[in-house]
Design a protein around this ligand. Sequence first.
Ligand code: B12
Ligand code: SF4
Length: 517
Amino acid sequence: MKVLFVHPGPLLYTNVFLRLEPLGLELVAEAARLAKHAVRLIDLQVESHADYRRLIADWRPDFIAFSCNYLANVPEIVDLAKATKLTLPRSFICVGGHSASFTASAILEHGDGAIDCVLKGEGEAGIVKLLEAVEGDRGSIAKVPGAVTTHGEGPRPGFVEHLDDIRPARDLVRHRRKYFIGVLDPCASIEFSRGCPWDCSFCSAWTFYGRSYRALSPESVVEDLASIKEPGAFIVDDVAFIQDRHGFAVGEAIARKGIRKKFYLETRGDVLLRNKEVFQFWKKLGLTQMFLGIEAIDEEGLKKFRKRIPLGRNFEALEFARSLGISVAINIIADPDWDMERFRVVRDWCMDVPEVVNISINTPYPGTETWLTEHRRLATRDYRLFDIQHAVLPTKMPLADFYRELLHTQRVLYGKHMNWLTAPKLARELGRNLVRGQTNFMRAIMNYNKVYNIDKMLADHARPVHYELPLPPAPETKAASARASQLYIHTPRGRAGRNIDDSTERFVDATRMGSTG
Ligand code: B12
Ligand code: SF4
């Protein structure tokens, strides 16, 4: 069959700070290609809807598969599916990915017959079976693991047997030089491990993978990395280097092969402090940028988000990260409850630390515990606003005042970021990028005022809403953490599903707060 894989358009965030290759979709596409299907991929982060319509009309795929990792992309995907079905009524349309897995029936309902199936869970495992069913016995579609159709739902999706077996189909992406993060321009993405053993209340990474954690072999990582031409590599792991041994083994294999790249990664403060030597080693290998999830700057805030890292440890982690001599960015979650005074305190704190600070807004997502506890308070259920840059819970201050304070804070931080950028070393790097014709980051900087603008933010709330996120059915009585395990997309394998040693398992247990298995 002719199979077209589609990544939806950019979100607000992508227009300013970074834009990354659709790694998950490349993996699913490769699984389909290995099963001898003719495969193409279009990424609407860097190509237009007109490009998509042309491709549909010219190539006439039999099967169109949309990637829906982000909730905010749901309306765009539903509208594209409806338009596609009008052009190609005999085509089969499927939606998969992180957010689609948590909102499958709603997506089918919004599609009003245009979306034939939502395929939940890891796509590599399910896509081949689904394609077989569509090509052969269509009556068996609803029996495919992970498949949800209006006629029924298959068993829970299975995990990929060995992560090493499938490499991303990087060659299918047509504009590789468009992906970047800051001065890592261009930048590819790579996966060293999948899943997260912690259970933070605002996050759905752990519910998606049932608290499992799997690692790719160092050989497989090196083979993939060696095939990447871009000088930058974004490590997509939720928490990098949870297991020191794995971090060293991958690093040593890279060093043996003589690969030089500039790396970006995200990790937790307590992992950084536990595995200091690994991060020091990676600094030598080319680690240049790190993102640390601090989330809140007071103990109460951290408790709320269930990151059980004492605040002192977080600051210690920041100090260690600084000592590595790499650029460190941190994230603070703004609560819609914040008033002017709170914003002022945060601004002062942010100006005091040398790191780049990013502020996002507390947003309950389907698949998280905060969704179970907070969904009844939602001020809007417009999917497009669920991008952690808009307030979807009621704000204590009038919404316009909240955004005014938020944007003012972001602008102050942005000013600091710009000073950081003009530091001689970074200015040199930016200059080198421009000489090589890489202007992604420069263009993104120019976009800042257009994107972070109070009139635009308020206008986003005033748009007519065609698709609304449904609320979960009946009120639950169990503790939120017990209910969260029911949100798991894949069947949890318990301890056996976590490829970490016993001492790391104990460390995880001591630093997580949930009671899920
Ligand atoms: C790397 C990453 C990013 C990268 C972007 C990567 C990209 N180009 O898509 C960056 C840093 C840009 C990013 C940004 C954001 N992210 Co992000 N991100 C991640 C992260 C950590 C890993 C994603 C990844 O690459 N995984 C590895 C690949 C191999 O897996 P995958 O993409 O999930 O694909 C698999 C399945 O989903 C499925 N699949 C995917 N597509 C399809 C399609 C079909 C047809 C099928 C069948 C299956 C399928 O199969 C794939 C292979 O197994 C996830 C957490 C997580 N563990 O998923 C959060 C996550 C997806 N991000 C999240 C959020 C909130 C954001 C932001 C809105 C805010 C932010 N600051 O983080 C922005 C907005 C992004 C945007 N599009 O503008 C949330 C999603 C919330 C939601 N429900 O919408 C997540 C779950 C993190 C969380 N804490 O909850 N993100
Ligand atoms: S440590 Fe917490 S926030 Fe980070 S990926 Fe794991 S569960 Fe999500």
